[in-house]
Design a protein around this ligand. Sequence first.
Ligand SMILES: Cc1cc2nc3c(=O)[nH]c(=O)nc-3n(C[C@H](O)[C@H](O)[C@H](O)COP(=O)(O)OP(=O)(O)OC[C@H]3O[C@@H](n4cnc5c(N)ncnc54)[C@H](O)[C@@H]3O)c2cc1C
Ligand code: FES
Length: 349
Amino acid sequence: MKVELIGAGETVQVYESKSSSRLLYSGLKEGADVPYECATGTCGTCKVKRISGEFSWLWPEAPARALLKSADDFLLCQCAASTDLKIEVRSKLKDLKEIAQRPQWLTGEINNSATVAPGVMTFSVKLSQPISFLPGQFMVIEFAGIQGGRAWSMTNEAKLTDTLDFVIKKKPQGLLSDYLFAKENLIGLKANLFGPIGKAVYDGALDRDLVCIAGGTGMAGMMSILSAFIASGAYLRNRADVFFGVRTPADLFFEQELKQFIEQSKGALRVIVAFSDAAASPEFIAANPLLKFDQGFVHEVAMREMEGHFTPKTRAYLAGPPPLVDGALRMLLLKARLPATEILYDKFG
Ligand SMILES: Cc1cc2nc3c(=O)[nH]c(=O)nc-3n(C[C@H](O)[C@H](O)[C@H](O)COP(=O)(O)OP(=O)(O)OC[C@H]3O[C@@H](n4cnc5c(N)ncnc54)[C@H](O)[C@@H]3O)c2cc1C
Ligand code: FES
């Protein structure tokens, strides 16, 4: 089916999409400037308006459908073309021909997994072919028997690789996370993956001081960003302040990896862990001399610690639950006066 996107300023892009394919994924595969954020039906960023043609819903219960106002509005990530379609997009369409790595459908299987904190596990997927991605990007992952894909960010260094590492939390009543956490052995479990996608990305060549604020497994993409911060040598001219929020000391994970980054950064990186529900004991603090600890909501701790330290080169990365990301966004825009273009985020709604 032919899909014609009509953007602001009379910009037009055309791509092909099968009747079984999500219009968002077909567009991304073909390099079209289709709007998106979560790619999985929760945020509403991919909302468009039908000008002509027919579409069908692949997941009619998608939460972001509640944000639509007319029967002609639909979500590119949850709909497929039934006929040729002409669609109105609110923004001006940019020419994306320069994208180094277009997202695609890939297959892979889990080749290791570990529980790293209560209700938090890491696992790796060995792909049938190597790919590269940008630090901070994510994949949409599907497993047989569970409807729909889930967005999970890569934690590993974003070089050409055939293995992607993830860290995921057990969502209360979450269908796929329940399934994965209940399974005794995940090794060999096959997955279909679409990606890499995501715009909250880091480029080590950019001259930016980083402020990373993450809650729980929001730390996933930050780990990939910090790998790039070290590997690219950006730490020699920029600094990174990382704020990692978890409930209690028992919920902390990635301590060893973070300590390694701190050692490699030669003083350019500091990591402050904020506990929202319980303070760290003196023994815990003594056992983790390279990490700093504080108490409270992580975005509030971050603003307190960063007061007077924002620079014209500051770029903020935020990831985690909506209250954290929204709270951090408000503070960074209104108090720190960071330009909106320098605040990149992934909201785990
Ligand atoms: C950009 C981004 C990056 C993320 N990165 C991480 C990460 O690194 N680590 C992490 O722990 N969490 C991450 N999340 C959150 C993660 O995606 C959710 O926690 C996860 O989807 C929970 O899945 P579940 O099956 O346990 O929960 P459920 O509540 O069962 O499902 C959650 C999501 O699955 C999709 N879904 C469910 N049913 C269907 C269906 N029938 N058809 C189509 N889609 C369906 C929807 O998107 C739904 O919101 C990220 C989210 C986003 C948006
Ligand atoms: S990108 Fe479609 S709802 Fe988020």
